[in-house]
Design a protein around this ligand. Sequence first.
Ligand code: GLA
Length: 401
Amino acid sequence: MRLILMAVSLLILTPVFAQQKKLAAKPPMGWMSWNLLADNVTEQDIRSMADAMVSTGMVKAGYNYIFIDDGWQGGRDKKNNIIPDPAKFPSGIKALADYVHQRGIKLGIYSDAAPLTCAGYTASLHFEQQDAKTFASWEVDFLKYDYCGAPEDVATAKARYTTMGNALKKSGRDIVFSVCEWGPRKPWLWAAEAGGNLWRTTYDIRDKWKRKTGEEGSEGIWDIYEVNVALQDYAGPGKWNDADMLVAGLYGKKGPSSYKGGNGCTQAEYQSQFSLWAMMSSPLYASCDIRTMDEATKNILLNEEIIAINQDELGKQAERKINNEGWDILVKPLANGDYAVAVLNKADTEQTTTVNFSELGLTGKYMVKDLWQHKQVTKGKSWKGKLASHETKLFRLSAQQ
Ligand code: GLA
């Protein structure tokens, strides 16, 4: 009897332990401060955003992180401990961590693998162990680790990220490690080994669809998608390609995302980004003012059927099956045997198409649910319909009984 009981409890407990061990088993989701506040972020902002994450239903929908980006730092104390800016964060980071934890939200923080961060604040080079311990003592859950002011070669990047990766592992707390060197050194090839759970694949996103001539160094949704979509082999539970923040709801307002042509997108383009980022198993970081977001933005960020595609347990990044002049079609296999299919109209005009599922390698007959309309739209072996310029339709295909 006792043996049977032991066996049963092992069966019940094993998956729980296994889950606890894997950091970032699903792509992290949350709200990130940079696009809206740049380095003017304060503890009051973080508190009010955390409250908004609860009251708007974001936490319930799965957004369970709040990420303080650059600008929180106030230098080092006499013992070289990194400290927050006393004017912006008078209560300290630990008190803020307590505040968000009480609301079911984890806390992310930011540093850089050089003496100073991108915005010129105190960073962690040569203080990795000490800073990792400090972050752990504040009960921080996530570190975004940037690369401004650091040498360009791959070997140094690997070494610096490994040093911080190891420091976090020894910090005494589970802290998700986000590598942010923007892609030039192909972090998908080495960042997981350095301890990274996710890595940015491009330079910063701007609030626009596509880079135009003269906008070099300024990435639109399309530009980032094109890089990220080809990296599906590198993603999986605990190791994600990070396609940067969601721009829905920013509407081209001033701030870092409005740099060089970041004048805003159409609603179809904002929806496309959400669909494509979900398909690519990218982290989902909302970045607009969620305290005042409009209904259109809520409809995007709180689309729980699309969030389920992003958070699917299998953790497979979608594969691009069709890539022709007018269309991209992606397929993402899901844990329960369903498939998510994204159809993107790349043209600058409205277009009509027929998608034959067999051309995507899906040879059965399917019930086809449109995850923007939240209803079954057809069944069988194909779907036909019209898409606005730059719109992405997202479908869930379940085998027809
Ligand atoms: C870099 C990063 C951004 C942001 C800023 C902060 O540009 O890529 O995401 O963190 O630094 O200074």
